[in-house]
Write a protein that binds this ligand. Sequence first.
Ligand code: PMP
Length: 407
Amino acid sequence: MSFPIDQIRKEFPILHQEVHGKPLIYFDNAATTQKPKSVIEALEGYYLHDNANIHRGAHALADRSTRYYEETRVAVQEFIRAKEPEEIIFTKGTTESINLVAYTFGRKFIQAGDEIIISTLEHHSNIVPWQMLCEEKGANLKVIPINEAGEILFEEFEKLLSPKTKLVSIVHASNALGTINPVKEIIAAAHQVGAKVLLDGAQSSSHLEIDVQDLDCDFFAFSAHKLYGPTGLGVLYGKREVLEAMPPFQGGGEMIKEVSFEKTTYNEIPFKFEAGTPNIGDVIAFKHALEFIGSYGKKAIKAHEDELLAYANELLLPVKGFNPVGTAEKKVSVLSFNINGMHPFDVGVMLDAKGIAVRTGHHCTQPLMKRLGLEGTVRASFAVYNSKSEIEKLAEGVTQLARIKNK
Ligand code: PMP
């Protein structure tokens, strides 16, 4: 059966508009995806009918809101195949999830002289929190090198591992290049020396089937907005025993069991890590994003996106002056490239004039760009609602630009 692209596109009202007099082609999905009607309606429905604070109300609206909020927790648990819903913590996004681990796990378990390993491929949000922690604690940050194709050098990673390694925090799929890292092998090797592993799943969660129990990662962080869900919402998965050993993140309501001026006791997980009134409406709407993905299935979505990527490569690789950046294999649907003789930003502006939205620049991966000797790239990233005819328009636009500079 062919992929029901027309039906899917009908679910995304935002796609049906013109920019600069041209039909919008949205290829900035790695930055954020668009939202289906079901998510937007769920958000509206919550504020029209259900709005109440959760967990402590004695009235119908509070009960309803609490039930819907907790239903999303279970949906997320199933989405990443966690063992229990208590292992799912709602945060503001991947960034906050990583910072939560740095702040709580890091403060308690990382000491002077300990080592944290990341890779050259990391997003700034998986670099800076660890630098801050290392500076505070006198710990050391080690970086796994990559090859020219943007792939991790596994044997170099193995050399970095030692009993001093307390945490390996690694991106599952690179936002800048699309590279899928060999995370299962990384996790197994890290566990051999007793280190915990955090996976940055900001990009992988929308493209790959995630099974945190099979991966055996200790933490998995991702953002709802890259998964057809609302902005300002993310998830931190953690193994129960690891979360229970960690001190709380922020102090306030919800996260306590009992408060007195002499002594405060903390709530059980996940509430211990969800201080204050959470982002209730967005959490409730997020369940509909997961249902949207589930209704087509990750496998079918990935196959569709892979087909788009292969088609883009087929059309663009022969074009003189077109320079793909990063691996061509084992990647999610991210096409990172440059055009010889053109600044990435200029390419972005010229494609925008044709209605094509791409991202340009360093993609919050400045150390990676430096390693590759690039100022930045143009990034076209594909999602469930993109079509082959849109790929043809992109190829046409890029080819025209490449021809001007590469006669
Ligand atoms: N890691 C990766 C790989 C990302 O792509 C992003 C978002 N660009 C983040 C972390 C940060 O996610 P957020 O801004 O939603 O917190």
